[in-house]
Design a protein around this ligand. Structure first.
Ligand SMILES: [Zn+2]
Ligand SMILES: [Zn+2]
Length: 325
């Protein structure tokens, strides 16, 4: 299985012999690419790890995502992180909010707690100089879709209001979900409904997770399918609201509603789908953050291979376009 990804890395020189096309990128754009990395060894160590991988983007949690307790961020750690990032090539930083947040909850205590937690999450992300905070909006439980949209939008209004001071006014990105159970936000229509109810369009956008989209029923496995899905995204949400792509292959079939991320090229999207996404004109300038499994067979480190797959696929398309001109 691993060899299918590695083979791609060797496909470029075979397909494009040195000298055949000298321009490595048809458009000379920086590929904003990185992966979600742990802060277990400290915030600054996550930047170091991103640099070691040659990444230009990074996503982190600022605390354990499965507990409400948020350890405070010591000033010296924050400063070290920001200094390290300034001298690194990491141009895009996303912070992912905790998983416990449920902005659609009909239960008042959980709803209020989620709003308070999100206010803290935004402030922490802003403190670190993040470009965006990503959140799964939550589960609507017994609420209708329309009621859930109203609930989520009121929560967001409150969060944006409480963090409107200049130093915290960073964008919150709603991530599409796989749609398991009553998870809200698996369809573009559901996200569009929330966005239409929230003011401050500059502060609320969307993060498109390709595994979740596949699980929710969007085919992203070919050029044509990606075109169709993005056209639907544009007609419902608007591509101008899309700020970040979580680039993950999906272990399960289209419409499975099962959220299992797979190594790039090994899942339902396959290499063709990953290639279509990373080279699509509507997406190629956006940051791509991988949340793929960290190892192959619980052994070999996987990030370098998955990142290399993206770089090679993107270079293949850029070179073929440059040579076609
Ligand atoms: Zn997520
Ligand atoms: Zn994601």
């Amino acid at each position: 299985m691993q060899s299918s990804v590695v083979k791609v890395a060797h496909a470029v020189p075979r397909a494009y012999p040195v000298g055949m096309c000298t321009e490595p990128s048809a458009r000379n754009e920086t590929l904003l690419l990185g992966c979600h990395l742990s802060i277990a060894k400290g915030l600054a160590a996550a930047v170091d790890a991103a640099v070691d991988l040659g990444n230009t983007a990074l996503q982190i949690f600022t605390h354990s995502p499965s507990t409400w307790q948020m350890r405070s961020l010591p000033v010296e750690d924050v400063e070290r992180f920001r200094r390290r990032r300034e001298t690194s090539g990491v141009r895009y930083l996303a912070v992912h909010a905790m998983y416990l947040v449920n902005l659609a909850s009909p239960q008042e205590t959980l709803y209020q707690r989620s709003i308070d937690a999100m206010i803290d999450e935004v402030r922490r992300a802003a403190l670190l100089g993040a470009d965006a905070l990503v959140v799964h909006v939550g589960h609507r439980m017994g609420l209708s879709q329309a009621d859930a949209a109203r609930r989520v939008s009121s929560a967001l209004e409150r969060i944006l209001w409480e963090t409107c001071e200049a130093e915290s006014a960073m964008p919150v990105l709603l991530e599409n979900t796989a749609g398991a159970g009553t998870a809200y936000g698996s369809t573009f229509e559901e996200l569009a409904q929330v966005l239409s109810l929230v003011g401050s369009p500059a502060r609320v956008g969307v993060c498109l997770d390709t595994c979740h989209a596949t699980a929710a029923g969007y085919d992203l496995s070919t050029d044509q399918a990606v075109d169709r899905a993005l056209d639907r995204f544009d007609r419902t949400i608007g591509l101008e609201r899309l700020s970040l792509v979580h680039l993950n292959d999906a272990r399960h079939p289209i419409g499975s509603h099962r959220d299992r991320h797979e190594h790039l090229g090994r899942g339902t999207m396959g290499l063709e789908g990953i290639r279509a996404v990373v080279s699509h004109d509507a997406l190629r300038r956006l940051p791509f953050v991988l949340e793929t499994p960290k190892t192959f067979d619980n052994d070999t480190e996987a990030d370098p291979t998955n990142l290399s797959t993206v770089r090679v696929l993107r270079a293949q398309v850029d070179r073929s376009r440059a040579c076609a001109r």
